[in-house]
Ligand binder design. Structure first.
Ligand code: ADP
Length: 155
């Protein structure tokens, strides 16, 4: 049987407890999940790619099924390169739903062999997003409650 490989694409700027929860809950469904940090040239990130990758790698250092990669270009092309049949995404809000629906349906036209799998956040994590975490950090607040225990935001 083919290995079930999923990619979990995103900016992870920075990784939050929301990302961590979605990934851990998706793990039983797949043989391998590749956290894929997208390099988007038209979107300036707050943290460097190296820093984002380091944090994500630290969070999942003891989880053998998880790998971390970076990519440019279309997510479906990266899936093909990684032999991944699945794209994992989290759905927090109805705005997420509309946005993700359009992307997933267009991806399906371009790459019918790839399925997008959505997981809903647990209610206590559904309000967390990287934009808010960045704002807290930028303004000197304490973002610790929103990021995985193991990451050290004092860089
Ligand atoms: P992108 O810029 O591609 O949205 P993000 O890093 O913001 O990248 O998000 C990556 C994925 O993680 C998205 O599918 C997003 O919905 C999901 N995600 C982010 N925060 C949460 C959360 N609190 N609960 C569930 N899913 C989340």
């Amino acid at each position: 049987m083919n290995k079930k490989i999923a990619i979990f694409p995103g900016s992870f700027d920075p990784i939050t407890k929301g990302h961590e929860n979605i990934l851990l809950r998706a793990l039983p469904l797949f043989d391998e999940v590749i956290i894929s940090i997208g390099i988007n040239h038209s979107k300036q990130s707050y943290f460097t790619l190296e820093q984002r990758k380091k944090w994500v790698s630290e969070v999942f250092a003891n989880v053998p099924k998880v790998r971390v990669e970076t990519y440019t270009g279309l997510t479906i092309d990266f899936c093909k390169k990684m032999n991944a049949g699945f794209i994992l995404r989290g759905l927090r809000t109805s705005a997420d739903f509309e946005f993700e629906k359009a992307i997933a349906q267009n991806n399906k036209v371009m790459a019918p062999e790839i399925e997008t799998v959505f997981i809903l956040p647990v209610s206590e994590l559904s309000a967390i997003n990287s934009t808010i975490v960045r704002d807290i950090i930028r303004n000197g607040g304490n973002a610790k409650p929103f990021v995985p225990e193991s990451i050290n935001l004092n860089i």
